[in-house]
Design a protein around this ligand. Sequence first.
Ligand SMILES: *Cc1c(COP(=O)(O)O)cnc(C)c1O
Length: 350
Amino acid sequence: MISFYPGPSRIHDEIPEYVMDAAREGILSANHRSEAFVQLSRKTIGLLHQKLKVPKGYTIFFTSSATECWEIIAQSVTKGKSYHLYNGAFGQKWFDYTQRLRPAEAIPFDLEDVLDPSTLSNVDDDDLICITQNETSNGTQVSNAVVRKMRKHFPDTLIAVDATSSMGGIRLEITAADIWFASVQKCFGLPAGLGLLICSPRAIAKANDIGEKAHYNSLTFMIEMMNKWQTSFTPNVMAIYLLMRVLEDSDHIDKVHRKVSVRYELWLRFLAKRKAIRHLVDKNSVRSFTVLPITATPEVIQQIKTAAVKKGLLLGEGYGNWKSKTFRIANFPALKKKEIKKLMKFLEKY
Ligand SMILES: *Cc1c(COP(=O)(O)O)cnc(C)c1O
């Protein structure tokens, strides 16, 4: 079965081999305070900086998931209120989690809308602006240019960005925001169970200023531990090892970005020629590069899903409001050209 699910998604072919290597190298029982772990952690973080173009001054942390990052951000870096701009299920979920912990305000926008910083007023320096860069549920994205615009509009307010289904697949302008996070089961092509949190010097300073220490994953503890390349809990050492191996093999993000965007264009051209199916989003500038939402009548959707499974093709289910009218196709780097061709051939008659 070829998985086009936008997470958990198709893993790199080499993963089973790397797991065997991890066992042989004693990684699977490595102590997380050992020198071996410190070396592994340091190397992996170095590779993330290098391959994803994460500026030197930004600190990278290991977490267990993107969901955990939502919670860390709410508890440890938000002094005032948190403003959530979203147009889909993941952005809303982030808001829902946050408001249980802290004062938060939802600012939803429409599927076809380009996020506009001027819709936000009364934002204070102590507040936090939360953006879902790639909305996995409906295949829309907030471009680097818009994140930059937000930064310009609010130069003194921390900006946090959920890039769970785009980091590792497209070029993100890390300097345009203070906090970025993702988990590895989407664009990184790895099994689930590891999250990444990236913080600017300002975000670190804010966390230290707030000094929140009530949780095992309070950012203040994580900062202390990461100064020694360690974590505040026993991390998923195998996943970190797999990430290191995959990053060693990976191209620089500029090259990966080109590959992903060429394939994205190919999909757009393909979809434009179809009769029964089309891209859910009309406006080009808000379409995600990494998740393609396809819409049709519920009958056609059902027919395609059933037939796809028989061909060994796993499509992503529609999400939330769009459940019966859409399916989703991942455009993640681990997918092979011939697999995409196979899916296109299958969809050709619709
Ligand atoms: C998948 C996803 C999450 C949740 O990731 P977990 O690793 O399951 O916590 C959060 N945000 C977005 C945009 C996602 O696509």
